[in-house]
Design a protein around this ligand. Structure first.
Ligand code: NAD
Length: 492
């Protein structure tokens, strides 16, 4: 019998570049092999430096022409609201693309699209509210207006793990602010970016305001990030690429926001609601096979409950269901690529050499619906006995691998949590509000959640301390990343 999942993967979508409101066919194509089936599910235009420059030129022209940047906010708000509705109407197509290109299970892919709709709705609600301050008679007849202007052309560079929602964290707010945008999706997962741009045109976003150039980081991402005609670089990806982008700025003083890697701690105290903490810790590490920047990849657990907690986690992790991605019961899918699988395996085997105890997982298994595809599913893995002397305590694995470290006091828990170059997120599990706040105030991360985790809502700024990046996405702070502040003085 041909399953639904198989039917999906028998189609292959071909995408051109989306520049100035038109799809432009490319000479060379990048083939995307689906993580689940191993078959080619999409072909993306392999962008050149010239493609990126053309898109930037169009974005700059439309910005300067003012068709979008000076359009009344209320009009922009209406167009963004229409865009949100169109995206919602196309949810099934976008979900299927997410399943096939990034290897997400259906529930997570659906959540990604619904979250993107929410982000566009939120941006629409702000488009008519970009405002500043007025100062009247502040000295000898001086008055002043502090105004927010659209920052210009935004280069939005997006990774493969959440291609739609990360697009959604950047592009709608940039458009709400009045900017023009050039998006560079990941070479693994470019389909939804082109589809979203197509829908934006249908909603009324003028040609040239939202462009998508697919292709590799070099030359496309590099050209966008280094162009003097790009005023804001909004990058999400690895800390290594973020460093290259920061270095490549040379003497360009553009605005940069970098959303980079993480090694977040889930801190579980003795008095935590045991079942809620188990649910939260599992969700925060095994969502999308751990390929999540803010994954709770380090469990820090109080020594008095450590054994019982790890025992319960093992039972739950081993019960997670592998199966066809399109099946609502499936909880574990494949990693994004064979290369990424090797990286994850490498981290785990080095940790074992360093003395880690494998509680569960550590093995690769076949995708159930595709016995002939390359095996790419890494079973949920828990490594016990991890200390700060081991590299796995620090390195971002970006896979379904939870490390377990014990602590005895809240001071030690905070010290361990902060013992990281990263500072993206974290969670603390306790019934004691004093303990919760003690930790929340001292952990040096952009987000810390108490008795919950991974609650990304459009209103809540997201970003990192330290090597997890610069700047914030989402919320009012996220909107600010796409504006410049101008002071207009007036003496009367
Ligand atoms: P990556 O850095 O390899 O690629 C990200 C994007 O940058 C891709 O579109 C890629 O083509 C492009 N790129 C590559 N080289 C470039 C260059 N020299 N100049 C400009 N662009 C270039 O990251 P990835 O493997 O796609 O994603 C995984 C990483 O992303 C993980 O480290 C993860 O933690 C991080 N991430 C962070 C967040 C966050 O919000 N902090 C969210 C998701 C993922």
């Amino acid at each position: 019998m041909v399953t639904q999942a198989k039917l999906y993967s028998e189609q292959c979508r071909t995408y051109g570049q989306w520049i100035n409101g038109k799809e432009i066919k490319a000479e060379n194509l990048i083939e995307r092999f689906a993580p689940e089936s191993g078959k080619v599910v999409a072909q993306f235009a392999e962008g050149t430096k010239e493609d990126a420059l053309l898109a930037i030129e169009n974005a700059k022209e439309t910005f300067e022409a003012g068709t979008w940047s000076r359009m009344p906010g209320a009009e922009r708000a209406k167009i963004l609201a229409r865009w949100a509705r169109l995206v919602e109407e196309e949810s099934e197509l976008l979900t299927r693309i997410e399943i096939e290109e990034s290897g997400k299970i259906r529930r997570v892919a659906e959540g990604d699209i619904a979250g993107t709709v929410d982000l566009i709705v939120y941006a629409s609600s702000l488009a008519n509210q970009v405002s500043g301050q007025a100062y009247m008679d502040i000295g000898e007849g001086l008055n002043a207006f502090v105004v927010k202007e659209p920052a210009g052309v935004v280069g939005a560079i997006v990774p493969w793990n959440f291609p739609t929602i990360i697009f959604g964290q950047k592009v709608p707010l940039a458009l709400a602010a009045g900017c023009s945008v050039v998006v560079k999706p990941s070479e693994f997962t470019s389909g939804t970016a082109v589809e979203l741009a197509r829908l934006a045109k249908k909603a009324g976003v003028p040609d040239g305001v939202l462009n998508v150039v697919t292709g590799y980081g070099v030359p496309v991402g590099q050209t966008i990030s280094e162009s003097a005609d790009v005023d804001v670089v909004s990058f999400t990806g690895s800390t290594r690429t973020g460093q290259l982008i920061a270095q490549g700025q040379g003497t360009n003083f553009k605005k940069i926001s970098l959303e980079l890697g993480g090694k977040s701690a889930a801190i579980v105290f003795e008095d935590a609601d045991f079942d809620a903490a188990i649910d939260g810790v599992l969700f925060s590490i095994f969502l999308h096979q751990g390929q999540v920047c803010c994954a709770g990849s380090r469990l820090l657990v109080h020594e008095n409950i450590a054994e019982k907690f790890v025992h319960a986690l093992k039972a739950r992790a081993e019960a997670l269901v592998t199966g066809p991605l399109d099946d609502a019961k499936t909880e574990v899918g494949p990693l994004v690529s064979p290369e990424h699988l090797k990286i994850v395996q490498g981290y785990v085997s080095s940790a074992i050499d360093d003395g880690a105890e494998v509680i569960c997982g550590g093995k690769v298994t076949q995708q159930a619906a595709y016995p002939d595809a390359p095996a790419q599913t890494f079973l949920p893995t828990i490594l016990n006995g991890i200390t700060p002397a081991m590299p796995i305590f620090y390195n971002e694995v970006f896979g379904p691998v939870l490390t377990v470290t014990k602590f005895s006091t809240r001071e030690e828990a905070v010290k361990l949590a902060n013992d990281s170059n990263y500072g993206l997120a974290g969670s603390v599990w306790t019934e004691n509000i004093q303990t919760a706040f003690y930790v929340a105030q001292r952990v040096r991360t952009g987000t810390i959640e108490i008795n919950t985790c991974l609650e990304g809502k459009p209103q809540l700024p997201f970003g990192g301390y330290k090597a997890s990046g610069l700047g914030r996405e989402k919320g009012l702070t996220g909107l600010e990343e796409f504006t410049e502040t101008k002071t207009i003085g007036l003496r009367v």
